[in-house]
Design a protein around this ligand. Structure first.
Ligand code: GLC
Ligand code: GLC
Length: 818
């Protein structure tokens, strides 16, 4: 069943009933200030860091689900209801939620009273705007009471939900007309506060949760709303909230609009207090930044203008890569939603979603580098800055902190380093950036090692250390040592954990110096050539030769020790035993090494590449995508680690771990098999499963990290939507390898590999300061092969388009054929 539809013209997903199979969310905010926003107005917001600077409280894993949000309660004619359905689960005569690019809109109605809420974060400002319109659609006068409601988080989200002995005594607010200030801990150590304001005079307010709800009531039964009367409570400790009570008299046909703003404000150290208070500050906050912010959004027109700017921002961004094709599902995903998700993963890394609590992980070294791959064409300048941030957490020997904190940009000690794939992803990210922009200057930027300025060296040297780290950390078969894990966090070959609760990733009870990864070898073979080419293009010929030799040696090692007969091996364990081999009882074949090796072109000349992907198809493919391994591990293997701790069919133990499916897709395009490439693309693409939402459960407009594999009870059920490397890699697979519009060092390469039934398509691509309108004609019905290309009417030599850089639109016509 479907719970909505794509409105392609508006670039919105329209949810037509509130009781979706899971909360279907959206992200508000483009930089610095972010909100998570569900289709029933649930979620929360934060400034920069979801753990340290969270403005509103959210209860993960709560009963009922999705508890906490920006709620608006209505009471009219004695009837109290919530127009966003939750939290009261009110029966609605009409309901619709439209998730768009950086905004959401909920519209509903009950008994002739219509409600609409437009929620977004304006560009540049650190606030959420919620524009509410009430309209009387009946022919009698209506006297409505509206109560806003948010619950403040005491900033540190982790402390907020654990440290009650302190927190129940520290909550503080200030109320000033229609403005409610949350100023807990705004003393010597904090210089920030939140403000929750509305642009009209209010009838009353509440800032103490218990006064508003009643101690034994849930959000679905706020006593103040039922009584039609705010308590004017002033929070002192316990749980500070923000609620405005507004009375609206609406004649038949009349509509009224209210602009609510939830803002984050900071004051300089010496201007924290309001000086006008005689005899000192008395803890009265300096409201200057709030005044400035609220002055900007004091009217409905001002809110509309900010909203229009946001829409324009996204129109421009998505104008950088557009797709027109007969297959609307592919076109809307590649042209809109996939890119949108890439922006979200770039911004959030793996911090805050409905599966990531926002208090756990910081930015991942490998994750953020891969996120760049799907983002770099959108805002290259931000990609550049991110690369420098990431590189600064690298250690002088080329290894890296596995994660770093976005606020401090420093590596996380608790997790440390030793994930031996990490260094290579830096090369991969930087190569993607240079191919996109042609900016070799980034290589000369001075970047610290280990966040230490004294150890700074050029970014190029960082790349060299990355490359060398792999070269110098090989095991008995000449393959890279795996360390704590490679891309697969759950292949913990040196962990040997028997103690519950021990972290599989950071525990090493057995430093073997033996366990090797075929996947890291394949990543090296894929991304190493980019390093060599960067060297050549910057006049470092000797280094290029050294790199090329090292790559040949690595491929040799894979050829000699990484092939199992019908597919590529996955790894060698700490005892030198094969993993991902027909010799194994379980885990005979893994997806990652096969996809990546073929992407890298290993075995192309002798049929092994094709054999490997045929084996993947035979043994790992399902209706819903390709599972990670088979057969699933049925027992815990101490020598393998976390992978064998999951029940069969979930996560890394034979789940469809979507992130790696595009590696097979790309591998198939390397083989020239466009039909199969597209099949693997479409299987995990959410738009193709829209009418299967009861089983899939997650949003039909975003990728999920995992879909339950064939060994799981709920095969086909997705989990962990939004924050996954799947976003970047599927975008790479569809845009660069299937549609085949691929930035390379010398220009824009055109190399489509599509289903033979696809008659053609059009892509527009912004590339190095020019626009390319690329029309591909496949009336020949081939899967791969470009017969000729014309550029502005003239034949083009080869398949790489020139770099124009002239801010003009160029017309490219591509004819496929043999
Ligand atoms: C998660 C991690 C990522 C890892 C993957 C596979 O998505 O964020 O770093 O590669 O799992 O284990
Ligand atoms: C767990 C998850 C894995 C994730 C890792 C991150 O191991 O199974 O997917 O990458 O945690 O720490």
């Amino acid at each position: 069943m479907q719970y909505g539809f794509f409105d392609d013209n508006a670039r919105e997903y329209v949810i037509t009933r509130p009781d979706t199979p899971y909360p279907w969310i959206n992200y508000l905010g483009s930089e610095d200030f972010y909100g998570l926003f569900s289709n029933t107005s649930g979620g929360y917001c934060f400034y920069r860091d979801a753990r340290m600077l969270r403005l509103t409280r959210y209860r993960y894993n709560n009963v009922p689900t999705d508890a906490g949000g920006r709620y608006f309660y209505l009471r009219e004619g004695g009837d109290a209801w919530t127009p966003s359905w939750m939290p009261m689960k009110s029966a609605l005569d009409r309901y619709e939620c439209r998730h768009g690019m950086g905004y959401s809109r909920i519209s509903s109605a009950r008994n002739g009273l219509a409600f609409s809420q437009v929620s977004f974060v304006p560009l540049r400002d650190t606030c959420e705007i919620h524009k509410i319109t009430l309209a009387n659609e009946s022919n009698v006068e209506k006297y409505a009471d509206m109560f806003s409601f948010i619950e403040f988080c005491l900033w540190n989200a982790n402390d907020d939900m654990t440290n009650f002995q302190r927190n129940f005594s520290i909550g503080e607010v200030e109320i000033d007309g229609s403005r409610i200030y949350h100023k807990t801990e705004y003393r010597e150590r904090r210089n920030h506060y939140a403000v929750w304001a509305v642009n009209v005079p209010i009838e009353g307010f509440d800032t103490d949760r218990q006064s508003f709800l009643g101690l034994y009531n849930g959000f679905d039964h706020p006593q103040a709303v039922f009584d039609g009367e705010a308590r004017n409570s002033v929070a002192s400790g316990w749980a500070p909230i923000g609620s405005h009570h507004i009375k609206a008299h609406l004649a038949p046909g009349e509509a009224k609009t209210f602009v609510f703003v939830l803002g984050y404000c900071e004051n300089p150290e010496d201007q924290k207090w309001e000086r006008s208070v005689p005899g000192g500050n008395h803890g009265v906050i300096n409201k200057k930044p709030a005044n400035e912010l609220l002055a900007k959004y004091g009217t409905s027109d001002a809110a509309d203008k900010a909203f229009a700017e946001l829409k324009e921002y996204w129109r421009n961004l998505l104008g950088r890569f557009t797709v027109d094709a007969e297959d609307k599902k592919m076109a809307r995903m590649a042209g809109v939603w996939n890119q949108y998700q890439c922006m979200v993963t770039f911004n959030m890394s793996r911090s805050a979603s409905y599966f990531e609590s926002g208090i756990g992980r910081g930015m991942g070294f490998r994750d953020s580098n891969q996120d760049l791959l799907g983002f770099v064409h959108l805002v290259p300048e931000r990609a550049r800055a991110r690369i420098l941030d990431i590189a600064a957490t690298q250690f002088p020997d080329g290894s890296a902190y596995h994660q770093y904190q976005p606020l401090t940009k420093r590596g996380n000690n608790e997790i440390g380093s030793g994930f031996n794939d990490d260094p290579l992803w830096l090369i991969c990210g930087v190569a993607a950036y240079i191919k996109e922009t042609g900016d070799y200057g980034i290589l000369n930027e001075k970047v610290p090692f280990d966040n230490n300025e004294a150890l700074a060296d050029t970014l190029f040297i960082h790349l060299k250390r990355s490359f060398d780290y792999t070269v110098t950390h090989t095991g008995p078969h000449g393959l890279p040592l795996i360390g704590r894990a490679d891309w697969n966090d759950c292949l913990n070959l040196n962990c040997f954990s028997k103690t519950p609760g021990e972290s599989f990733q950071t525990t090493a009870n057995f430093e073997s110096g033996v366990a090797e990864s075929v996947l890291i070898a394949a990543i090296f073979a894929f991304t190493g050539p980019d390093y060599a080419e960067i060297c050549r293009r910057t006049g470092r010929d000797n280094e290029a030769m050294y790199a090329e030799k090292a790559i040949v040696a690595m491929i040799e090692a894979v050829n000699n020790h990484g092939w199992d007969g019908d597919w590529f091996l996955r790894a060698y364990d700490a005892h030198g035993k094969k993993i991902g081999s027909r010799e194994c009882d379980d885990g005979k074949i893994f997806i990652e090494s096969n996809g990546f090796a073929v992407m890298a072109g290993i075995g192309l000349n002798d049929g092994r590449a094709q054999k490997a992907l045929d084996s993947v198809k035979d043994q790992l493919d399902t209706k819903y995508g390709i599972v990670l391994l088979q057969p699933a591990y049925k027992d815990y293997h101490i020598e393998l680690g976390e992978v064998s701790s999951y029940p069969p069919g979930y996560k890394e133990n034979a789940g469809i771990f979507c992130h790696n499916n595009p590696w097979v897709t790309i591998g198939e395009t390397v083989l020239g098999r466009g039909n199969r490439a597209f099949e693997t693309y479409a299987k995990i693409c959410p738009a193709y499963r829209e009418d299967d939402s009861d089983l899939r459960r997650m949003e039909p407009y975003v990728y999920a990290q995992m879909v339950a594999g064939k060994d799981a009870v709920n095969h086909g059920e997705a989990k962990n939507s939004w924050l996954t490397g799947t976003a970047a890699w599927t975008f790479v697979s569809i845009s660069q390898y299937i549609l085949g519009v691929r930035p390379v060092f010398e220009g824009l390469m055109i190399d489509p590999c599509i289903p033979s039934s696809m008659k053609g398509f059009t892509v527009t691509r912004h590339f190095r300061n020019a626009d390319y309108q690329i029309t591909v004609d496949n009336s020949a019905g081939v899967e791969k092969g470009v017969k000729h290309i014309t550029v502005d009417g003239n034949p083009n030599k080869g398949t790489v388009l020139p770099v124009f850089g002239d801010h003009r639109l160029h017309n490219i016509v591509v004819t496929m054929g043999k």
